[in-house]
Design a protein around this ligand. Structure first.
Ligand SMILES: O=C(O)CCC(=O)C(=O)O
Ligand SMILES: [Fe+2]
Length: 279
């Protein structure tokens, strides 16, 4: 598994819609209402960004985003006022689901259900909520990269979108469009999954291609290990596959800081902890 889709997930559809609506309201607030979070750095708990990410034929494509840390401490911009309660509920509902997925994944590796949680101290997991908004383009005569190819830094990412496609995942060397069923979630394995499983489950390389007239929105809920956990391949995994350790240990906080301090470059961040380079 590097990515999969879940339906019947127990997160109410009305809550999914509410969180998307609240993010939409945030993006349309006047600039001065968002100012204090716009100059935030990557490790600040609330960050709002907006920028042109590519220009093609003199048409600029833009992406707005909101990033907020929601666990172990919950942070949220003061405006729009409705965001706080909705984001808190959404974050706790999706955290429950993500932790259940971690248990199922642990079992799929012939480990006890709680093994991943125990190794990564998921009770104190780090969680982020991200809202992405890619405005429609008035001259939809070209495609542009909405989000460069990357893997997520955490353990597991849960994503849903409005009706506008654009997310692509690399599969066997080819980019494949993710077409989720309405209401379902896309689950994406992150870099910490690749490290802790010693490469048994690889983090998924994904990107966003946009350019149509309609705006795309996506909401991401991501969990990672406890920020202070040292993430390293589980000894059982390294022993079982007999190929030795592929990664050395790193504190998740250090990984995150290093990954965030550089331009996204596919899966280059994992090279920081790779024991030997694979061809
Ligand atoms: O907008 C999307 O579908 C992808 C967003 C994404 O990959 C991310 O926020 O890490
Ligand atoms: Fe991503």
């Amino acid at each position: 598994m590097d990515e999969l889709e879940v339906t019947n997930h127990g997160v109410p559809e009305a809550l999914q819609e509410a969180v998307m609506d609240a993010c939409k309201q945030l993006f349309s607030l006047p600039m001065e209402e968002k100012e204090e979070h716009i100059h935030a750095g990557p490790m600040d708990p609330i960050r709002i960004g907006s920028g042109f990410y590519s220009v093609m034929d003199a048409v600029a494509f833009k992406r707005d985003y909101l990033k907020m840390f929601t666990h172990p401490d919950f942070h949220c911009p003061a405006k729009p006022a409705i965001l706080r309660d909705i984001a808190m509920e959404y974050s706790s509902c999706t955290r429950v689901l993500l932790l259940q997925l971690a248990t199922a994944i642990s079992r799929s590796l012939d480990l006890a259900g709680g093994r991943l949680s125990e190794a990564l101290n998921l009770e104190s997991c780090f969680q982020i909520l991200v809202g992405n908004h890619y405005p429609g383009c008035s001259r939809p005569d070209g495609e542009a990269m909405g989000f460069l190819a990357h893997s997520d830094h955490g353990l597991l990412t849960l994503l849903f979108q409005n009706g506008v496609d654009g997310l692509q995942v690399k599969h066997d060397g080819r980019w494949v469009l993710a077409k989720p069923l309405p209401g379902s979630f896309f689950v994406i394995a992150g870099d910490q999954m690749e490290i802790v499983t010693n490469g048994r489950y690889r983090s998924a390389l994904h990107r966003v291609v946009v350019g149509g007239e309609q705006a795309r929105m996506s909401i991401v809920s991501l969990i990672g290990p406890c920020l202070d956990a040292v993430v390293e391949p589980l000894p059982e995994m390294a022993a079982a596959d007999g190929k030795g350790l592929e990664f050395r240990g790193i504190r998740y906080r250090d990984y995150l800081e290093k990954q965030q301090s550089k331009q996204l470059d596919e899966k280059a961040a994992l090279d920081l902890v790779r024991c030997r380079l694979h061809s």
